[in-house]
Design a protein around this ligand. Structure first.
Ligand code: UD1
Length: 374
């Protein structure tokens, strides 16, 4: 392979939207040789392949096939498999995205490898600097460790720059590039807008909410999950809810015996995980979103759609201060629904560098680093 070899590490559903715009932008450059590395953390067709198809990504150049496991198992397996890949393929740069276990695993593996004469791959983190300040979240540990090790930190917003600076990271390593998820959304906007997924469910534009829940803190404890399901059933009396169910959540609902009450409820549309274009079409046309996802807080802010985030904190505070995001405890969500439904206006929020041009800024940052005159 000729050119600057750049590994784009993708592992889990939200990663695919982050590498796609960058892969396409790098592919246009005559000096760059991007290679997609799929760790296999997500492996079901509707959690992985469907996203590659929607986002026009080729088959991964390298597949580690790691699969599920405990945190240490998954992280360790990715490290062992990726270390071998880096030693044999010798990429010039490793780009990790987001905050999943594979992000920190590949960072740890790549950061310790030296090829010859002290040369080692540059490790770059896209979506660096986000902090929830909640170390009970596995993602927060992944973010802290990744950012401490990465050579380049591409951030989405000023709060991220400040978090990194506070942790003692040199300002020289930090480059504010904007929000790469918005690039995917703009890249696929025509396709997203051309669909009417809600019609297939017998719904009308604006007469339903979209629900996604998968955080361990919400779905792993059967008592909390039961209370959440009861709250959703109560909300569904006011507005139809479309709920594409994450495999972690589905398995926990089955274990807790909560499935039949949910699937019997005619106002709750319980779906398998939905691919990117169809999911975003549901979001584009909904009245509100109830979620615990990170990316969806950003997408709803960008679109101006009310978002109730079922978490006590967020690593994306700009979506609260400048956007449509409202953090809700379980016992608050019911009253928030009333207020949210009373609001009529949907107004997209403007945040600097959330403009669909982040991949271009990342490519310019890479070019500066790797094509330096000798
Ligand atoms: C992971 C990320 C989380 C991210 C989420 C997006 C970590 C620590 N968590 O959480 O930050 O928001 O992805 O979805 O990296 N499973 C399947 N099929 C799959 C994938 C998973 O059935 O294709 C099931 C397995 O039972 C697995 C469980 O889901 O054990 C959890 O998957 P895992 O990747 O460990 O964590 P997520 O909850 O998906």
């Amino acid at each position: 392979m000729t050119g600057v070899v750049i590994h784009l590490v993708a592992a889990a559903r939200p990663n695919f939207m982050k590498i796609a715009p960058l892969y396409h932008e790098l592919n246009k450059q005559d000096w760059a040789a991007p290679v997609i590395v799929h760790t296999g953390q997500h492996y079901d067709v509707n959690m992985s392949d469907a996203f590659f198809t929607d986002l026009r990504l080729p088959e991964p150049g390298i597949h580690l096939g790691v699969g599920s496991g405990t945190h240490a198992e998954q992280t360790g397996k990715v490290m062992m498999a990726y270390e071998k890949v880096v030693m044999t393929k010798r990429p010039d740069m490793v780009v990790v995205v987001g905050d999943v276990n594979s992000t920190v695993a590949c960072t740890l593996a790549a950061s310790k490898i030296f090829y010859d004469s002290g040369r080692r791959p540059i490790v770059a983190h896209l979506e660096a600097g986000l902090r929830s300040f909640d170390r009970t979240m596995p993602e927060e540990i992944n973010r802290l460790a990744t950012d401490a090790l990465a050579d380049v930190l591409w951030t989405p917003s000023p709060d991220a720059d400040e978090n990194l600076a506070r942790e003692g990271i040199s300002r020289n390593k930090i480059v504010r590039v904007g929000n790469i998820m918005i690039d995917s959304l703009e890249m696929m906007r025509d396709k997203i807008e051309s669909q009417k997924v809600y019609k297939e469910l017998g719904l009308e534009r604006g007469d339903y909410g979209v629900v996604t829940l998968h955080r361990p803190s919400n779905v792993d404890d059967p008592e909390i999950l039961k209370a959440l399901c009861e709250t959703l059933a109560r909300i569904a009396e006011k507005i139809n809810l479309v709920f594409p169910v994450h495999p972690r959540t589905r398995k926990n609902m089955e274990k807790a015996g909560l499935m039949s009450a949910m699937t019997d409820n005619k106002k709750l549309y319980f779906l398998e995980p939905v691919n990117y274009i169809r999911f975003m079409n549901l979001v584009f046309n909904c009245r509100l979103v109830i979620t615990d996802s990170g990316g969806i807080q950003e997408e709803t802010t960008y679109l101006g759609i009310p978002c109730l985030t079922m978490r006590p904190n967020t690593e994306r505070p700009i979506t609260v201060t400048h956007g449509t995001n409202l953090l809700c405890r379980l016992d608050e969500v019911w009253s928030r629904i009333g207020e949210t439904l009373a609001k009529k206006e949907i107004k997209p929020c403007i945040i600097e560098n959330w403009d669909g041009k982040t991949a271009g800024r990342v490519v310019r940052s890479i070019k500066k680093m790797v094509l330096k005159p000798a």
